[in-house]
Design a binder for this molecule. Structure first.
Ligand SMILES: Nc1ncnc2c1ncn2[C@@H]1O[C@H](COP(=O)(O)OP(=O)(O)OP(=O)(O)O)[C@@H](O)[C@H]1O
Length: 316
């Protein structure tokens, strides 16, 4: 069975204006992945996705979806893909169910099959009670959810989402992230474009960081963090710091430095090793009375800053 559902090789887009929006970008997406496609505004995320969906011509490079060229894909492959565009693409004058029926019809669903699939899609985004209401009367969050229902009515194996949570309240955003996790649980591969790193941290197992059209990093969250640091820091709160023999901790494999600040033992260690078990054993042995253990971790914002020298949010 094919493992890479998406393969992009050396993809480039130069607009007639001369703007190089996507620059020699390569990327693979495996079955079952939730790929967070992360980058600031203008990084080239939409341009990449639009070429992937064959909505825009590429300048050079190749894009393969389910083993077929993105520009010459069969109807069979077409029906395996769903797209949630950045701009909400629903008919405001139609009801919710009419919207979903319309998109299901485009994918060849008819009659009873269409009816069942449309209701199921609306149920999935918790809009079944609003099925007969006009989409134009929906809140921003409900429109976003309806947009998703329209993209999943044909039960695609791959869903590509371009910033589907922009401009909505935190509750609706949370709900949409939950929908994505549920879709993934039933086996759907997801490509999720966003400039919100906390969304990517929550839902993605793989992250592709893009900036100025170039792929600057790819991997799991921990792999990206290890690109910019080779240490980790543990803070261990204890009741009796005076009982600790620091030397016993210093000699543990992987430990770089140990410091006691009031009731907190601060240990810096190699990120490749996990000395925590051994450290805790010493503390238990010395009856230091462990109260809490926390780990200082870099986040993706730090990673982006360290790789590019700029902040993710307000970079242009
Ligand atoms: N039709 C076009 N002609 C010229 N330049 C364009 C065109 N469309 C996009 N661009 C430019 O290409 C770059 C990448 O844009 P793109 O929309 O792909 O970014 P993005 O990462 O999706 O960001 P956003 O969150 O703003 O959508 C930007 O500098 C943008 O201004």
């Amino acid at each position: 069975m094919m493992e890479n559902i998406v393969e992009i090789k050396e993809l480039t887009k130069k607009f007639p204006s001369g703007k190089l929006a996507v620059d020699n970008l390569s990327l693979k997406v495996k079955k079952g992945d939730i790929l967070g496609f992360l980058g600031p505004n203008g990084a080239g995320k939409s341009t990449t996705i639009n070429m992937m969906m064959d909505l825009m011509n590429k300048t050079s490079g190749t894009i393969t979806l389910f083993g077929e060229s993105a520009t010459h894909k069969s109807n069979e492959v077409r029906s395996k893909i769903g797209m949630v565009p950045q701009e909400i693409a629903i008919y405001e004058d139609l009801t919710a169910i009419e919207n979903v029926n319309f998109f299901g019809g485009l994918y060849g669903l008819r009659g009873k099959k269409l009816k069942t699939a449309s209701l199921q899609a609306l149920r999935f985004v918790a809009l079944e009670k609003n099925a007969k209401e006009k989409a134009g009367n929906f809140s921003g969050g409900m429109k976003r959810r309806l947009n998703i229902a329209c993209a999943i009515v044909h039960e695609p194996q791959l869903i590509v989402m371009d910033e589907p949570t922009v401009g909505i309240d935190p509750q609706s955003r949370n709900f949409i992230l939950g929908i994505i996790e549920a879709l993934n649980k039933r086996g759907t591969t997801i490509i999720y474009s966003t400039h919100y790193m906390e969304e990517v941290e929550r839902i993605s197992n793989k992250i592709a960081v893009i900036d100025h059209g170039k792929m600057i990093a790819y991997g799991s969250e921990n792999e990206l963090i290890s690109l910019v640091t080779d240490t980790q820091k543990f803070n261990i709160e204890i009741a009796y710091p005076e009982r600790i023999n620091v030397k016993r901790i210093q000699v543990i494999s992987g430990v770089q430095s140990v410091e006691i600040k009031e009731q907190v033992l601060q240990v810096v260690a190699d990120s490749e090793k996990n000395p925590l078990d051994d450290i805790l054993k010493v503390l238990v042995d010395e009856k230091a009375a462990i109260k809490m253990v926390t780990q200082d971790k870099l986040n993706l914002e730090n990673v982006f800053l360290m790789l590019t020298g700029r902040k993710l949010r307000d970079s242009k």
